[in-house]
Ligand binder design. Structure first.
Ligand code: SF4
Length: 396
């Protein structure tokens, strides 16, 4: 097992490292090895924060980190929720692409002997798209193949037309070229990896298409690689595991906590009124905390966004509503998008029980007894109030 396997556990080589290692997942789970807790954290952070990196941002040992990946896949399968699987895969891909960006930026040409970093070339090859992507030359000499082991290599001294930008020995992108170089990818791969949902700028109409290739910027190439990673993570998920036996039975405790994160009232999407005077105490507390300029931690921010989207507010309305708070518009927009699955399913806000675990609910006046769920409580408040309240959206 190498550090690179722990950082990119979806690589074929990482899969092989797990398969050939002298470890058995059922034994690991039965002995409650650290990889089990790390696997649970992986899924929890994916669902709550859109990342699978460790909370402390210090990675556990290589074996724990690598083995936590198959355990996370088992756990997310047991959740029996397509929205959770989607969120998990997106979070794995987003974390990997963040690491890849850092690796490419840090690339010095000296490969780490411990193989911690990967190059763009290596990751393109991992997904069999090395041959489909070319780096655009700086001059009009035409594109340069990214994956052409037989071709002459740039030694770093050439600056002439068409000199190679990818060093075969290290796979790095020469710094002098990346600032203004783009790439060309075959139309077939471009269409296979991109999605019409990404917006009109991704449509072929209006893009630079020539010779069966589409021009993409470096950032867009990262987006395409992220999609390839997400597809690989999704491949085979969810597993079909027999409930209440074997590894599934051993993971019951972990799955209970994760189920709580997904629990939500069935009324998501049914409420479309914004009356802050009737919000439950937990949401009032979070809003007041943000209004004091205090940073909301990820669980708090997620909870508030899930509630506000759950009562029918869109991103622009939430940004206006939170204008005088510590919440930044970009973060709000990202989270509200994140709370919706590809199919448009709204991610439910956590239950009161979960909010108590996260110490977001302080159970004022034994509020649990009458609430049950923040959204259900709010709906009851709307139904039972005698006062006439104008929807906040019509007050501004
Ligand atoms: S009981 Fe539920 S609705 Fe009431 S404050 Fe706690 S989390 Fe919010």
């Amino acid at each position: 097992m190498q550090p690179v396997h722990a950082r990119y556990p979806f690589f074929e080589a990482a899969r092989e490292a797990v398969a050939t290692a002298d470890v058995s997942l059922p034994t690991l789970v039965a002995s409650d090895a650290p990889a089990v807790e790390r696997g649970r954290e992986r899924v929890e952070r994916a669902l709550l924060e859109g990342t699978v990196a460790t909370e402390a941002d210090t990675e556990s040992d290589i074996q724990t980190e690598l083995l936590s990946y198959p355990i996370a896949r088992i756990l997310v399968s047991m959740l029996d929720s397509s929205a959770a699987v989607e969120k998990y895969a997106a979070a794995e891909a987003r974390t990997a692409i963040k690491r890849l960006r850092a690796d490419v930026e840090a690339e010095t040409g000296l490969q780490s002997v411990e193989r911690e970093r990967v190059s763009l070339l290596e990751i393109l090859r991992e997904f069999d798209v090395g041959q489909a992507v070319r780096e655009q030359g700086q001059t009009n000499a035409g594109p340069t193949p990214v994956d052409d082991a037989a071709g002459p290599l740039d030694t770093g001294s050439g600056t002439g037309a068409g000199s190679r930008a990818i060093s075969e020995s290290s796979g790095r992108i020469e710094r002098r070229r990346t600032a203004d170089s783009g790439f060309r990818i075959t139309v077939g791969q471009y269409l296979a990896l991109s999605s019409p949902e990404w917006g009109s700028e991704w449509r072929l109409v209006g893009r630079d298409v020539a010779g069966g290739e589409v021009a993409v910027s470096r950032e867009e190439l990262f987006d395409l690689v992220e999609a390839a990673i997400r597809d690989r993570i999704l491949d085979g998920l969810p597993f079909d595991l027999p409930a209440d036996e074997g590894i599934a039975a051993e993971l019951e405790a972990q799955i209970d906590g994760l189920h709580q994160l997904l629990k939500g009232p069935s009324m998501v999407g049914e409420i479309d009124r914004v009356v802050p005077e009737l919000f439950p105490p937990c949401m009032e507390n979070l809003i007041q905390k943000a209004e004091r300029g205090t940073h909301l931690d990820p669980s708090e921010g997620f909870t508030l966004m899930a509630f506000l989207t759950g009562i029918g507010m869109d991103a622009d309305e939430i940004i206006a509503f939170c204008a005088e708070t510590s919440l930044d518009p970009e973060g709000i927009r990202y989270q509200t998008e994140y709370l919706r699955s590809k199919t448009g399913t709204q991610y439910p806000p956590p239950s009161c029980e979960t909010l108590a675990i996260y110490e977001i609910c302080h159970n004022e006046d034994n509020h649990w007894k009458e609430a049950g769920e923040p959204l259900a409580y709010y709906q009851r408040q709307l139904d039972e109030t005698d006062k006439q309240f104008t929807d906040w959206r019509e007050r501004v």
